[in-house]
Design a protein. Structure first.
Length: 215
């Protein structure tokens, strides 16, 4: 059985309901019962540990493939909205944000950066790159152009973010990793939790950004 689990925030904790499908709201697509075409394992994963980590670690006993979707309230058709992980797929090119970081952070002006997807009203996707500029340097159109040219040269045209914005700081989790998933949820107006964020005060910089409205 395919169902959607909707996430909502209550006292800074995300709760999940896998007992009832959510109609007319975006949620995460999961499989709560076995299906004939459900994969049994992965190649060279002899003990099944990689398979369990990949598909069953997020919600124990429930198969989650990392896709957000919605059941149309009238037609009951399924609409696939986006990925629930950090992967981006703008212009039909699927890539991880680290591919952007590896080339952008070489520029002397860039102290830190964060790249996340934004989803439009028609489920279109575009990449948004946030830049934290070093002291002594300026965020301007010349810097934006050089960032985009660097990404196009070292990655591809399809990797180039449609939107490049300056931000005062980048959020990190308790283990010292960038928290793309939380920022992605904020700019796409999805519920999120700050439980694992080391510096949650910086999330205010990602709320209601004018350049991201109306997409």
């Amino acid at each position: 059985m395919l169902i959607l689990i909707i996430k909502f925030t209550q006292r800074n904790r995300i709760r999940f309901d896998v007992s009832h499908p959510v109609i007319g709201e975006a949620g995460e697509i999961v499989i709560s019962k076995p299906l004939p075409n459900l994969p049994l394992g992965l190649w060279n994963d002899n003990d099944g540990s990689v398979y369990r980590e990949k598909y069953f670690s997020k919600y124990p006993g429930v198969f989650a493939m990392g896709d957000y979707g919605m059941i149309h309230p009238v037609t009951k058709n399924w609409i696939i909205c986006c990925r629930s992980d950090e992967a981006l797929n703008p212009k039909g090119c699927r890539f991880g944000p680290s591919e952007i970081y590896n080339v952008v952070e070489i520029l002397p002006e860039i102290q830190d950066c964060l790249c996340v997807p934004q989803y439009g009203k028609d489920t279109d996707e575009r990449a948004v790159l946030f830049l934290k500029v070093r002291d002594g340097y300026s965020y301007n159109q010349d810097l934006i152009s050089r960032v985009k040219k660097t990404i196009e040269k070292d990655c591809s045209y399809q990797h180039v973010p449609e939107v490049v914005l300056e931000v005062k700081d980048i959020p990190y989790n308790l283990s010292g990793k960038r928290t793309e998933s939380v920022v992605k949820k904020i700019i796409n107006k999805l519920p999120y939790s700050v439980d694992t964020i080391r510096n949650p005060e910086v999330l205010q910089y990602y709320w209601n950004i004018p350049e991201l409205q109306g997409f």
